[in-house]
Ligand binder design. Structure first.
Ligand SMILES: Cc1ncc(COP(=O)(O)O)c(C=O)c1O
Length: 432
């Protein structure tokens, strides 16, 4: 038996805690959860098996688990104004997989946003299951990096996909779900809105909601929603409708009312076994927090911070794709500074500013060393940082990129980063 004293694990967790405390976390898909979310995640709920759904389990002893899952579902329905919410997908990719599994047969034509232009792997990228098991066609952006609704319409008309994924991993502008629903439904296809990145902004009233437009909404819970790593699938429809056979799924119009049943069956038993109850509880706690009045302020501040930072970086000569942002992130072309995205990522990491390299639309470089970086403000905003700090951070980023080969300069920025982080403490009471 290894006792805790000899166990390197907790030492490593403490070091990661230090890294999170002392650095500027600017990966657009990351955030800091509350201590209550951590508490729910680390709870004894992990001990329990609960295959099935509340009231219909394949294991005994689920009295309280049922109540927790029902509570989380009620919160999700209230926040996103939908009839049905499934909180069981293990993460965002399995949630999307469940949607394909629910609505398509292998080989069906599906359509999604190309990864290299801002979409996600699961929206039909060639190496992903979604591009391998289905006949995937992909749309891109226009030359300036905006979604091109006319081109999407033309592609939907020509290709006649069974479903169309919209939503993004690296797109900084408002997505017009209403317009997309008109386009997609005109051809009797399903519209799937993957709002993983912007779910918290939708909940906080800073981005139009796909509810009432998209047939199915998927989201991760660990980005702007400030929950644990997990996901939800939401839709309208009547769960009490009897579903006879999977072959019933013949088209958008015929299937709409049965969507809750199709989705639930695809998640379990289609793809998963027992839900991760500790995660369901963490999501439920996060959704409780989302419903507090402060969350609206938080969502507003995320966007203000992103816009302030984008302005600062553009003034310094960097190219922001689409020349700005409406949401929590920006895609930056670093080539005006004569460096690559990888070099930028490495230089910033030395200064304890964490970002990721990213392709830009029509990137002349390879995805392994692209022209851009993607940065976001959700995590810094969770720490309480505002416009003033964004200006200071913008200056630090510019200095680091301009001096990417000068370790002394990067070391000095790292000290400045530490001083700034100390003013916005994080998880002070936690030690593993
Ligand atoms: C738009 C979008 N969908 C789905 C996912 C997948 O989520 P996960 O990494 O939890 O599988 C991501 C992750 O970044 C995403 O950005």
């Amino acid at each position: 038996m290894i006792n805790k004293k000899d166990n390197d694990l907790f030492e490593l967790i403490n070091r990661e805690l230090g890294r999170q405390q002392d650095g500027l976390e600017m990966i657009a898909s990351e955030n800091y959860v509350s201590e209550n979310v951590l508490k729910a995640m680390g709870s004894i709920l992990t001990n329990k098996y609960s295959e099935g759904y509340p009231g219909k389990r394949y294991y005994g002893g689920n009295e309280f688990i049922d109540q927790i899952e029902n509570l989380g579902q009620d919160y999700a329905k209230n926040i996103f104004k939908v009839d049905h919410a499934n909180l069981q997908p293990y993460s965002g990719s399995p949630a999307n997989q469940a949607v394909y599994f629910a609505l398509c047969e292998p080989g069906d034509k599906v359509m999604g946003f190309n990864l290299l232009y801002g979409g996600h792997l699961t929206h039909g990228w060639k190496v992903n299951f979604s591009g391998k098991y289905y006949d995937s066609v992909q749309y891109t952006t226009d030359k300036d990096g905006f979604l091109d609704y006319d081109a999407i319409e033309a592609m939907v008309k020509k290709e006649q996909p069974k479903l169309v994924f919209v939503g993004a991993t690296a797109y900084s502008r408002i997505i017009d779900f209403e317009k997309l629903a008109q386009i997609v439904h005109a051809e009797n296809a399903f519209l799937i809105a993957d709002v993983a990145h912007i779910a918290g902004l939708i909940a906080g009233g800073m981005h139009p909601s796909p509810a009432g437009h998209a047939d199915v909404i998927t989201t991760t819970t660990h980005k702007t929603l400030r929950g644990p790593r997990g996901a939800m699938i939401m839709c309208d429809g009547d769960k009490s409708n009897p579903v006879k056979k999977p072959e019933d799924v013949i088209g958008w119009k015929e299937s709409k009312h049965n969507l809750p049943s199709y989705i639930d069956r695809a998640v379990f038993p289609g793809l998963q076994g027992g839900p991760h109850n500790q995660t369901t509880a963490g999501i439920t706690q996060a959704l409780f927090e989302v419903q507090q009045p402060e969350f609206k302020e938080y969502a507003e501040q995320i966007v203000k911070n992103a816009q302030t930072l984008a302005e600062e970086l553009m003034n310094a000569g960097l190219k922001i794709i689409t020349d700005g942002t409406d949401n929590h992130l920006m895609l930056i072309d670093v080539s005006p500074f004569k460096i690559s995205g990888s070099e930028a990522e490495t230089a910033l990491e030395k200064a304890m500013i964490t970002v990721n390299k990213n392709t830009i639309p029509f990137d002349p470089r390879s995805p392994f060393d692209p022209s851009g970086i993607r940065i976001g403000t959700p995590a810094l905003t969770s720490r309480g940082m505002k416009e003033e700090e964004m200006k200071q951070i913008g200056e630090m980023i510019v200095k680091a990129l301009k001096n990417n080969n000068d370790n002394q300069v990067l070391e000095n920025i790292k000290k400045e980063v530490k001083d700034l982080c100390d003013q916005f403490p994080l998880y002070q009471k936690i030690k593993y």
